[in-house]
Design a protein around this ligand. Sequence first.
Ligand code: F6R
Length: 245
Amino acid sequence: MEIIEAQNYDEMSQKAAHLILDKVKRTPSLVLGLATGGTPVGTYQHLVKDYQENQTSYRHVHTVNLDEYVGVEKDHPTSYHTYMKDHLFNHIDIPIQQTHLPDTMAPDLQAECQRYEELIENLGGIDLQLLGIGVNGHIGFNEPGTPFASTTNVVELTASTREKNACYFDNPFDVPKHAVTMGVSTIMKSKQIVLLVSGKQKAHILYKLLSEPTNEQVPASILKHHKNVLIIADREALAELKQNC
Ligand code: F6R
């Protein structure tokens, strides 16, 4: 596990974007795992800026997202489908049929979870998975206590995750209670993982992840057992770790 320190959010985002661009240029048919939330927004902005200036092409790239809310239509403003279009897909040359998110409006969600696992497998697996981390240690929507062996599945969101995500909804009661997420083992099969961590609100969980033994109460702690994980964290996020070293 390698840790790169960035001075601030923008430098973290730039470093992540450079890494992704380097991969896309070397492997035009890259399978790129993507995340939503606040953390990767800056990374996507840098990718869009690069596309406008250098036209780096994504014509042969496939993307697979970590998760999607259950019960939110694809074209609803708060869906992760919409988030990805707004922040990235509408601004680069990736064919939209090569972008994949769980279809949470599917009539049979268990079958959809199976289909999503098979899709990733048929694409040859994820080459590079971008991750954020929840203040409770979740990755994707794998909340504390999720078995490390989990595959893509329907999960219930914790009250703290729903509270944190309420800012994206007009009414806090509209925050969905369930989501479909890649499982912990699905994420762990990725060939490379890049975890982005920014801000002082993430300092404690980053410290916990790196200092405590691996356990299912901190889902991200499993990342210590992956062969190729890079953490790009800004100074605020690294503060507690530095204080205690
Ligand atoms: C998003 C996802 C989540 C977020 C995490 C951090 O697709 O799967 O695990 O990465 O909740 O969210 P932010 O970046 O908003 O702090």
